[in-house]
Design a binder for this molecule. Structure first.
Ligand code: NDP
Length: 283
């Protein structure tokens, strides 16, 4: 039976450490979360981020804008936050309504306040990274950073290992591949056009599943002793499930993340870590 990687417990531990560090600081790290429109899922995410900020003692500002806001007005809001000394991290909740250009919006966030690490400057820094620094010192996208934190916490050695990342999004697949590469893993990135995906996965020492399809990774894709990290969040009739068929795989894997309670809570912990990092750099 695989050992469970408890993201919820680890996230709580990190949040407690952050709270203690914030109590010692002479200033409050500040995060601004910008939400455009009323998408229910986005509202849930934004509220949980705001709650987490408040719980560790950050200054937090939630800005909710009308779904019909013009691009120009949204950029004005962002430019104001870029200049606001109380704000060290700016997060624009994606996806934005279709009439807004996400790339232009992200490009206008000051890279020194780019807490989600989507700005091309910070993405470029990640690409140029040769070796993974200490995670406390690394500005990296929240979900992949959380995954690396779990891997390190459970002392899973990735050096020289064959890692298969399923999914090539800018949010998860690409950045986690870069971070694993910088940790000396041999990384293969797969996607919807990959041939022989099953065979490729079955050779992996570590599988990172970031696909967005419920129970996609099954027992025929996992060899004995593989570490399985499930990033997926899929809403089904049975409730929230990941991209991995947990029941089939838990007896084969050496380590496995549950859904919920695995990668999800680590994403929030990384957001807080990134805000603290940016705030300390700013000071
Ligand atoms: P995207 O939809 O942006 O990317 C999905 C990727 O999976 C794409 O690269 C796609 O390939 C690939 N893919 C889709 N179908 C297949 C298939 N049949 N075979 C192989 N590859 C396939 O998703 P995200 O990366 O944003 O998110 C992935 C999942 O992780 C989602 O469930 C999301 O909800 C979850 N998530 C969870 C987070 C957390 O905090 N736990 C944070 C972020 C995301 P192609 O590029 O060819 O289309």
């Amino acid at each position: 039976m695989a050992q469970l990687i408890d993201g919820k417990a680890l996230s709580k531990k990190i949040q407690l450490q952050i709270k203690q560090e914030v109590a010692r600081l002479k200033f409050k790290p500040g995060l601004a979360v910008v939400l455009v429109g009323e998408d229910p899922a986005s509202q849930v995410y934004v509220n949980s981020k705001e709650k987490a900020c408040q719980a560790v003692g950050f200054y937090s500002q939630k800005i909710v804008l009308d779904k019909n806001i013009t691009q120009e007005k949204l950029l004005t809001v962002i430019k104001k936050l870029n200049k606001d000394p109380k704000i060290h991290g700016i997060l624009v909740q994606l996806p934005l309504p279709k009439h807004l250009n996400e790339k232009i919006v992200i490009d206008n966030i000051n890279p020194e306040k780019d807490v989600d690490v989507f700005h091309p400057y910070n993405v470029g820094e990640l690409l140029l990274m040769k070796y993974l620094p200490k995670l406390d010192e690394l500005l990296a996208p929240c979900t992949p950073k959380g995954i690396m934190r779990m891997i390190q916490e459970y002392k899973i050695d990735v050096a020289g290992k064959k890692v298969v990342v399923i999914g090539r999004s800018n949010l998860v697949g690409k950045p986690i591949a870069l971070m694993l590469l910088a940790s000396n893993a041999t990384v293969e990135i797969c996607h919807s056009r990959t041939h022989d995906l099953e065979k490729t996965c079955a050779q992996a020492d570590i599988i990172i599943a970031a696909i967005g399809q419920a129970n996609f990774v099954n027992k025929s894709m996992v060899k004995k002793g593989t570490v399985v990290i499930d990033v997926g969040i899929n809403r089904t009739k049975e409730g929230l499930v990941g991209d991995v068929n947990f029941k089939e795989v838990e007896n084969i894997a050496s380590y496995i993340t549950p859904v919920p309670g695995g990668v999800g809570p680590m994403t929030i912990a990384s957001l807080l870590e990134n805000t603290l990092l940016l705030a300390k750099k700013h000071q």
